[in-house]
Design a binder for this molecule. Structure first.
Ligand SMILES: Cc1cc2nc3c(=O)[nH]c(=O)nc-3n(C[C@H](O)[C@H](O)[C@H](O)COP(=O)(O)O)c2cc1C
Length: 507
């Protein structure tokens, strides 16, 4: 029990999270009043049963970041720190994902892999689901799904059985990321009957397993993804979270699964205040992305890390996405220090207004070749064609019949390369870097300015995470004081702390 008597002591008492704080004061009518703040440790902030089930200590997840930007090293650091990291499998060749699985297999901490819906490459989606089943990856982050697919249901129902005590065990867990309630509803529902029947017909599951599968949700956890880096519907977290949380409560009752349906929150979380707000709304866990890309363990380049360290809140914008370019889908990217968003938007405009590359007026085409592609478009098509002949020959057949599709594949070459140039730090292409990033990055930089975390070399993913959790717990305790009419000291701040100091306060 700490009974602070000065402003300095109040701040220190609040920071000592494991100790209650008691202040003797007087109420409005001059009656003596005992103000009390209970201990609040970072591990108490979210849903502790979720943490226990997944095998982590803290309700904190590093979200998947494509092309291995959320790297093996990142999953390892988070895992060793008692948190969960998802490896960013999207956009990587199968062999690279397999290598990452092999490296992480056998780790003595939990980890997960991304299973991303790939409308252009259904075979890859199926192959990844098979890989995860074969190699006993029991936890995936499912994202970008518009509907449930056969590979996803196959993964979820693989090995489902009833234990001796009657409880249904589904060894494979899906944490689904969604930004719309219709999708959350699909994930909180049991696997669709039609897909179960298909798996039964294929002999992938038994009749008993198909029956058991009707009694479990596709995903017990859904991450509500608000305005974030990369693919995003730009929903505000404080509007989205309550909707998905309310849906979870309703569906839990409706289906009577006998297990809790949980909702985590992602998007915009990179400060203690944002983390505290997420937990105050009832988030089972928080998920971060943008801020982790800026950390030393991420699979991007040092140049990008430096650019991210200078990013402010308004330095991000939406730009056409490479994977769903033709559908007009956009992703949130950095706009400061790169011309990518403008250039990609120009390509999308051209795609909309022409039927094929031949329809682009000469001077415009020349400009494209000189500024964006740095090669004749015919050469780009030659390389793109060779790539797809290996990866998916159907694309080439279609492009040779349909000039608009050919144009899309050529333009998508630029968008795809732009992410590689950034990740590889290609010095001749800085103006074309495509860097997925949300407003959380600017929020973090503002919070970290003037501290050791301002420097990109000091940003370790677990240190950042520990600070967000520690700060969230501290802010929550400070608010409990405020709500009891105790003014916080004028200089009360939640500052980034070195790991060693966090440890001391938690001791
Ligand atoms: C560089 C980057 C790449 C991302 N790639 C993926 C991805 O491949 N799959 C996925 O599910 N989410 C992806 N995301 C989203 C993150 O996993 C996370 O949900 C999101 O970044 C959280 O919001 P924040 O950026 O505001 O922290 C990506 C985000 C970033 C910043």
């Amino acid at each position: 029990m700490i009974s602070p008597d000065t402003d300095h002591n109040i701040t220190e008492a609040l920071r000592t999270l494991s100790q209650p704080v008691r202040i003797a004061t007087v109420g409005p009518d001059n009656t003596p009043l005992d103000v009390y703040v209970a201990p609040l440790l970072p591990e108490q902030l979210g849903d502790q049963t979720f943490c226990r089930e997944v095998g982590i200590r803290y309700p904190y997840i590093g979200g998947s970041m494509a092309k291995g930007i959320s790297s093996v090293a990142m999953a390892e650091e988070l895992g060793r720190a008692g948190m969960l990291g998802f490896f960013g499998a999207a956009g990587l060749p199968f062999s690279a994902v397999e290598a990452a699985v092999d490296t992480l297999t056998g780790a003595d901490f939990p980890f997960g892999f991304n299973l991303i819906h790939s409308p252009h490459e259904p075979d890859l989606e199926a192959a990844l689901a098979e890989l995860y089943m074969r190699k006993n990856v029991h936890l995936v982050e499912a994202s970008a799904f518009l509907a449930l697919t056969l590979p996803l249901v196959r993964y979820r129902t693989h090995g489902i059985h009833r234990a001796a005590d009657g409880i249904i065990i589904a060894p494979n867990r899906i944490i689904a990321k969604v930004s719309r309630e219709e999708l959350a509803e699909k994930f909180f529902s049991p696997p669709p009957e039609k897909l179960l029947r298909q798996l039964l017909d294929e002999g992938a599951i038994t009749a008993e397993q198909a029956e058991l599968a009707t009694q479990i949700p596709m995903a017990q956890e859904v991450t509500a993804e608000a305005d974030s880096g990369g693919h995003t519907d730009n929903r505000p977290a404080i509007a989205l979270f309550p909707t998905i949380a309310s849906l979870a409560a309703r569906m839990e009752q409706q289906f009577g699964y006998g297990v809790k349906l949980r909702v985590g929150l992602a998007g915009g979380i990179a400060t203690p205040a944002a983390a505290a707000a997420a937990f105050a709304m009832g988030a089972a866990y928080i998920m971060t992305g943008s801020v982790n890309q800026a950390c030393v363990e991420s699979g991007t380049s040092d140049t990008v890390r430096r650019m991210l360290a200078e990013t402010r809140q308004a330095d991000v914008t939406m730009a056409p996405a490479a994977d769903m370019f033709e559908m007009g889908v956009t992703v949130q990217v950095l706009k400061r220090g790169t011309m990518f968003p403008m250039r990609a938007a120009k390509l999308y405009d051209m795609y909309r207004s022409h039927d094929g590359l031949d329809g682009i007026p000469g001077p415009e085409r020349e400009k494209l070749e000189k500024t964006l592609f740095l090669a004749p478009l015919a050469d780009i098509w030659r390389d793109t064609r060779a790539f797809f002949l290996q990866r998916d020959p159907r694309q080439v057949e279609r492009a040779e019949r349909d000039s608009k599709h050919l144009m899309a594949l050529v333009f998508r070459w630029y968008l795809g390369q732009a992410a590689h140039w950034a990740k590889d730090g290609t010095s001749t292409r800085t103006m074309d870097y495509q860097i997925w990033c949300g407003p959380a990055m600017g929020a973090f930089n503002e919070w970290a300015s003037g501290s050791f975390l301002a420097s990109p070399e000091q940003r370790r993913v677990a240190t950042v995470a520990r600070n967000l959790l520690f700060g969230a717990a501290l802010l929550t305790r400070a608010n409990i004081l405020r709500y009891q009419n105790i003014q916080l000291p004028a200089d009360f701040r939640i500052e980034p702390l070195e790991d060693i100091h966090i440890k001391e306060y938690l001791a």
